[in-house]
Write a protein that binds this ligand. Structure first.
Ligand code: MG
Length: 453
């Protein structure tokens, strides 16, 4: 249906939308891309009526997380979103492990919307806002607050009304006396584990060592900011504010693998620059430490991009350890779960920002939830410098982000007509030869799974 237009489209709308009760899932395929801005996996769920649902597996995650669930969905009516979600949700986890379940859930919403001819936001209860505020994330390429301020100022000139930048360990790690650290512990942070095929045992050893280092949680690294380090970080944000002014919200991310106590020291130093929030200071699982952190500073404390399901957010919200939650739809469990998470946060007086670092498919899924959830604050956009990002799909306004906002169209499902194969074929992940390849070998995947007896 998405390829058709004019009279054909009208005919297709009759054919497909008139029989949603007979709609059945027939196939699931993927396209693994890189650079939009990171790696992600575009997902298609095919049906017996020609309509295709679009989803996306989270940045950095494996397509396997979605494909391993195909056998549990074939032959089902995709409009039974919640029932299918509850069937597969035991196969998701926190962080990237939530990527498969979430991608599928989003594709099911897209299919249901297309089958009934209704936008996703409308199925969630309708609009709280006409357009969705986007915050522009800007990685710190150079160790200069003034230079970062100039980049952020350019974002503002493009119309962005909400900003985010990095402020933390890696900006001062090379300055003698700025960081207290056990000898040898800092080097590995400069090189995240590589993706792609490995040829030798030595290459595998290096990747596994980097993986292990990056999995040492903050309380156990032994890293501290010195007062000199805190002086430098304070100077950095002061320089940024000097350039961009005090009027625009500025969120702070990537503090580094430092302890809760160091997070408190940094937070107190930068209170007068009024950050919109301080993000992921420590792993989200440490609920009591989050409460101590938030109690010790007036800076709003934020976390959530790695939390799977509303149950994962509940202890943090009950503890009072966060002032802003930051779910990623591609980890949280998808569209309906994130709507529920936002509503649960609102009951506690907590705002919801949304994390997003993938293609326009993920952006639209998030924008529909943002449109339909009252306590929404701002949606992440990480692709301001990716010139082919808008060309990944058809059927949306171009560019999708205009003057710092996304306007969600009144079109069925996510509102996307199709994915442009010519564009994504030019940006395949290392080791990937083609897109939308057959996945028949997943059709009979079987395991007797139940998390209780
Ligand atoms: Mg983050």
């Amino acid at each position: 249906m998405p390829e058709a237009d004019g009279a054909d489209e009208a005919l297709n709308r009759v054919n497909t939308h008139s029989k949603p009760s007979d709609l059945r899932i027939t196939d699931m395929r993927v396209a693994e891309i890189v650079g939009a801005p990171f790696t992600s996996v575009l997902l298609k769920i095919y049906t017996n009526q020609g309509i295709v649902g679009l989803g996306e597996v989270r940045d950095g995650a494996s397509a396997t997380y979605a494909l391993m669930l195909k056998s549990r969905l074939l032959g089902e009516n995709p409009c039974n979103i919640d029932r299918l979600f509850r069937r597969i949700k035991q196969f998701g986890g926190h962080g990237r492990q939530g990527g498969g379940v979430s991608a599928i859930e989003i594709a099911l919403w897209d299919l249901a919307g297309k089958a009934y001819g209704v936008p996703v936001y409308q199925m969630l209860g309708g609009r709280f806002r006409e357009k969705v505020r986007v915050y522009c994330d800007t990685d710190a390429a150079v160790p200069s607050g003034t230079e970062t301020g100039k980049r952020l100022k350019q974002r503002m000139e493009f119309g962005f009304t909400f900003l985010k930048m990095d402020l933390g360990l890696m900006q001062i790690a090379d300055v003698p006396g700025a960081v207290v650290f056990p000898a040898g512990s800092l080097e590995g942070y400069r090189d995240p584990p590589n993706r792609g095929p490995l040829k030798t045992i030595e290459e595998r050893r290096v990747r596994n060592a980097a993986y292990d280092l990056h999995n040492v949680q903050h309380p156990f690294t032994g890293l501290h900011f010195s007062d000199k380090g805190l002086d430098l970080l304070e100077q950095y944000i002061a320089e940024v504010r000097e350039v961009i002014g005090m009027d625009v919200p500025l969120a702070i991310d990537h503090i580094g693998h430092i302890s809760m106590q160091n997070g408190i020291r940094l937070a107190r130093r930068i209170e007068k620059y009024v950050p919109a929030w301080l993000e992921d200071v420590i792993p989200w699982q440490y609920t009591e430490q989050y409460r101590q952190l938030q109690d010790a500073t007036t800076v709003p404390i934020c976390t959530g991009e790695d939390i799977y399901l509303k149950e994962g957010f509940e202890p943090l919200l009950k503890s009072g350890g966060v002032s802003v939650i930051h779910p990623d739809l591609l980890t949280s469990g998808g569209i309906l779960e994130t709507k529920k998470i936002g509503d649960m946060a609102q009951d506690r007086g907590v705002a919801m920002a949304i994390h997003m670092a993938e293609s326009p498919i993920a952006a639209m899924a998030a924008a529909h939830v943002a449109t339909a959830t009252e306590n929404f604050m701002a949606l992440e956009y990480h692709s301001a410098d990716v010139d082919w990002w808008d060309d990944i799909v058809t059927g949306l306004p171009k560019p999708l982000v205009q003057n710092g906002f996304i306007t969600v169209p009144d079109k069925p499902g996510l509102g996307i007509d199709d994915v442009v194969d010519e564009v994504i074929s030019q940006h395949l992940q290392p080791g990937v030869a083609a897109i939308w390849q057959p996945t028949d070998h997943w059709d009979d995947e079987y395991s007797w799974d139940r998390t209780w007896s």
